[in-house]
Design a protein around this ligand. Structure first.
Ligand SMILES: Nc1nc2c(c(=O)[nH]1)N[C@H]1C(S)=C(S)[C@@H](COP(=O)(O)O)O[C@H]1N2
Ligand SMILES: [Mo]
Length: 236
């Protein structure tokens, strides 16, 4: 794929491993059914629908792409498998939900309560996937089971894990980034190549600020994952 092994984008450094990462508030929240792909399509649509099995009819693809977290760590050559978002939109969203004209503001909701916005035009790029495998294995809980968004041109936080709902809106409306996180953390585009890390805040401030958050956030994510796995073993 085109995104494979590109040089590091501005302000990023290579991380030797691909670890679970995310906003601290959601670190301890996991989907109830990580093996079942099922989510809602809603927003300004003629019909809200639950989908899941419909994805199995779409052409599958594998892609190797680099992954860039807004806090400045990057991982090279991650191998994802799934379906193209554009195929999903044209063959599932359009016929079943029938979005209204101009419903191009997309809000993705994770089953952990995280949510993020994307522009429909950006989601239609050929390297944007709804992924359910990583390295040829079923996507695990650490990286977004049962289904996650992969949008390599966009910062990691736009690559929503544990998809629970996707909404198509005509306006931004009352959408905001999940509290207590400041809404200016959610850049309307979030493109890596243009260093769209956050709204308003200058890069000289945001780079070191975000970078300083990495160790604590990694630790939180790892601890939560260990606790989850321990609980799973206990109930198995
Ligand atoms: N549902 C959900 N999706 C999420 C997050 C989250 O906390 N919850 N964190 C985002 C952030 S900040 C990053 S960098 C990536 C991390 O992906 P990984 O856990 O597979 O490394 O997921 C993104 N998607
Ligand atoms: Mo991130």
């Amino acid at each position: 794929m085109t995104t494979e092994n590109k040089p590091l984008p501005p302000g990023q450094f290579f991380s030797p491993s691909f670890d679970r990462f995310g906003l601290g508030l959601f670190a301890n929240r996991f989907p109830a059914k990580p093996d079942v792909i099922e989510f809602t399509i809603g927003g300004d649509v003629a019909q809200s629908v639950n989908v899941g099995k419909e994805l199995a009819a779409l052409p599958r693809m594998e892609q190797v792409s680099d992954f860039h977290c807004v806090t400045t760590w990057s991982v090279q050559s991650v191998r994802w498998g799934g379906v193209r978002f554009s195929d999903f939109y044209e063959q599932v969203v359009m016929p079943l939900a029938r979005p209204q004209q101009g419903a191009g503001f997309v809000v993705l909701h994770g089953q952990d309560g995280f949510r993020v916005s994307m522009q429909l035009a950006d989601l239609m790029a050929p390297d944007v996937l709804l992924a359910d495998t990583l390295d040829g294995q079923q996507l695990g809980i650490a990286h977004g089971a049962p289904l996650r968004l992969v949008a390599p041109a966009h910062y990691g936080y736009k690559n929503l894990k544990h998809i629970g709902a996707i909404e198509f809106w005509r306006e931004r409306g009352s959408y905001r980034f999940p509290l207590p996180y400041p809404d200016l953390m959610d850049h309307p585009r979030g493109r890596v190549a243009f260093e769209e890390r956050a709204r308003f805040l200058p890069l000289w401030l945001i780079r070191p600020l975000y970078r300083a958050l990495i160790p604590m956030t990694r630790w939180q994510s790892r601890k939560a994952l260990e606790a989850y796995r321990k609980k799973q073993r206990g109930t198995a």
